[in-house]
Ligand binder design. Structure first.
Ligand SMILES: Cc1cc2nc3c(=O)[nH]c(=O)nc-3n(C[C@H](O)[C@H](O)[C@H](O)COP(=O)(O)OP(=O)(O)OC[C@H]3O[C@@H](n4cnc5c(N)ncnc54)[C@H](O)[C@@H]3O)c2cc1C
Length: 409
């Protein structure tokens, strides 16, 4: 193989693309990554990093670095907004024999990206090109090629494999003719970030979920530039309102006050609105094109599973791709990547994230009573709490993926 044949091209330098670049690069695979932005974006998206993901990132001190720049959150809570009752509290300590990290780390995704960039700067065989947009992709049985628009015009690049990590709107996925099956929620999700200290003033822990008929809220803390850090609150937005109405000062105060009434106005430091989908690509592999992260699957953020799934894709894929390129193992390993990661995207992440939303927003009084009663009981019984946390901490899905083998051909 020439070095061109061994090169992996990566479209997209979000956390998933950068992680693939680092994991492949540190094994000696030549990598060239392109991202259309000028660097990591600081918008408030992923922060929650689950135990299964931290276990996978326990490489060269990476999980420790995330802990250093993030916040440790061993506990999460469910609250009933209408009664103000703390329904259930779960402590990851019950997972002490299941993971080396019996806690969540709240680490904003741009910090994860910056930690990866620091490491990538030390690896000579990886080129990271920001301000470069991948506009076209094609493959033959032997190679892949892409067109890239950068400051100097359009250039072509070729390599042995192409990882599509450019997020939910992936150009490469579309140009490869891979369907993105699923649906879009009618309501957009609004994120309001405030310095108001929900722990000191209201007793909420760093990850708190609120159930309310037809509504819900996730309230969680990030370290930001802190201490003291910031609190992010996420809600459904009224589909009848325009974006301008939702994001106006009146709109955001009404939204936050509806869950957390207060005599004074909240200081809102960021307000963001997201369209949210539940979709999984029909395949994560088409020949030499491999999908990872949001390019392969998207879901609502309740439970914080999207990027965790993407990181788990990146670790799985990079190991297999390195073995194919460096050790001449069969490229059927890449079919196994598709089987393992697509299966758990459908069986766990889609299922669990939709169930999380349904549980919080249930309107029917009997269903609400049953849902909240079940959470209460699970929290009270250590083994049931452990089984629940194995799923929320994404350990069960990781175990399921590891158990899958290729069907005999
Ligand atoms: C409000 C909210 C909260 C969330 N909270 C969590 C959470 O707590 N935990 C969790 O696990 N997940 C969470 N998520 C999901 C998480 O943000 C995504 O799963 C994550 O961003 C996926 O990472 P990625 O690298 O696959 O894609 P992205 O982060 O979308 O990165 C894609 C990159 O590709 C680049 N790009 C796009 N098109 C091109 C192109 N044509 N050429 C070159 N570059 C291109 C973009 O500039 C971008 O840098 C949340 C999402 C939202 C909206």
């Amino acid at each position: 193989m020439t070095s061109d044949d061994r090169r992996v091209l990566i479209a997209g330098g979000g956390p998933v693309g950068l992680l693939c670049a680092w994991l492949l690069g540190r094994r000696g695979v030549p990598v060239r990554l392109f991202d259309l932005n000028s660097g990591p974006q600081a918008d408030p998206r992923a922060a929650t990093t689950h135990p299964a993901t931290l276990d996978l990132l326990d490489i060269d001190g990476f999980a420790d670095d995330m802990t250093r720049v993030g916040l440790k959150a061993p506990i999460f809570q469910f609250w009933d907004r209408s009664s103000g009752e703390l329904v259930a509290e779960f402590d990851h300590a019950v997972l002490q024999n299941d993971t080396r990290h019996p806690f969540v780390i709240q680490c904003e995704q741009f910090k994860t990206s910056n930690l990866l960039l620091e490491r990538l700067r030390k690896i000579g065989n990886v080129d990271v090109l920001f301000d470069h947009e991948v506009t076209g992709a094609a493959q033959t049985p032997d190679r892949v090629s892409i067109d890239v628009r950068g400051p100097g015009g359009v250039t072509s690049h070729s390599g042995g494999y192409l990882i599509s990590a450019e997020g939910g709107r992936s150009t490469v996925r579309k140009q490869s003719g891979i369907a993105f099956e699923g649906f879009t929620w009618p309501e957009r999700f609004i994120v309001l970030t405030t310095p108001f200290d929900f722990e000191a003033h209201r007793g909420y822990c760093y990850r708190s979920y609120f159930a309310d008929p037809g509504e819900w809220c996730n309230c969680f803390k990030v370290s930001a530039d802190g201490p003291p850090g910031l609190w992010r609150t996420v809600y459904p937005a009224d589909p009848a309102l325009t974006e301008g109405e939702i994001l106006s000062d009146t709109g955001v105060q009404a939204r936050i006050q509806s869950f957390f009434p207060s005599d004074s106005a909240y200081e809102i430091v960021h307000r963001n609105l997201y369209v949210t989908h539940q979709r999984v690509a029909e395949t994560f592999r088409k020949g030499r094109v491999l999908l990872a992260g949001d390019s392969a699957h998207v879901n609502n953020p309740i439970g914080g599973m999207g990027l965790n799934g993407g990181i788990q894709d990146a670790v799985n894929l990079s190991d297999k791709l390195a073995r194919v390129i460096l050790d001449s193992e069969s490229d059927r390993l890449l079919d196994l990547y598709d089987r393992q990661r697509r299966t758990v995207a459908v069986e766990f992440v889609q299922e669990q994230s939709i169930a999380n939303k349904n549980r919080l927003e249930a309107r029917d009084p009997e269903t609400r009573k049953r849902n909240l009663g079940e959470l209460r009981q699970m929290a009270a019984e250590p083994e049931r709490a452990r089984q629940f946390l194995l799923r929320t901490a994404m350990i069960a899905s990781q175990r399921r993926a590891d158990s899958l083998e290729l069907a005999e051909s």
